[in-house]
Design a protein around this ligand. Sequence first.
Ligand code: CA
Length: 233
Amino acid sequence: MNSGKTILVVEDEASISNFICSALEVNGYGVVKAASAGEARSLFLNRRPDAVLLDLGLPDEDGMGLIGQMQEWAEDVPVIVVSAREREAEKVKALDEGAEDYITKPFGISELLARVRRALRRAERQSREPAAAEVIQVKDLVIDLERHTVTVGERPVHFTQNEFKLLALLGKYRGKVLTYDFIIKEIWGAYAANGNQTLRVNMANIRKKLQEDPVMPRYVLTELGVGYRMLED
Ligand code: CA
């Protein structure tokens, strides 16, 4: 089995690096290994991977600086940050720098593979989909951007202007975690007062209208302390 996809694994701890690389190889991915930021940079440019798994604690410099750089070189290559538990601020910063997703240590092989698959799928969809798709569909939820309508199954659901904008934004980036700050800036502008509170209220209204159970969400997942992610099919 060979997916034809190559993953750049940037990790200085040999045991973790070996664990990740062999899991990827067994599952059909090509792997390129880097143990420092310098090495990661040159391998990224020379080998042009399809995705990057990036540890932030590297011996020569903070991996955070690599995210923006890699996005500048090739914005279609998703970067998944490998982060320690309880480091919400770090995850938020990485996402705001342009990371696609994060995975929290310690993690299992199936979670690792699921995140890699999802990131690759999103990258592929983005390259395929016209920039201005008019209809977003997630399971039985259909968001029509042109006509400003939302239906769940056959049931039409009415949203306020901002609720609709928020739902459409999550839908446009479905599969990706959007940070609170990113969402607030997109919907209410950079100088929104009480942005977090407003966002929470709007989100609660959306869930109610979608008849969404926040504990077992069908559409929108809360990533505690980080942001929201619309689920895919
Ligand atoms: Ca490290």
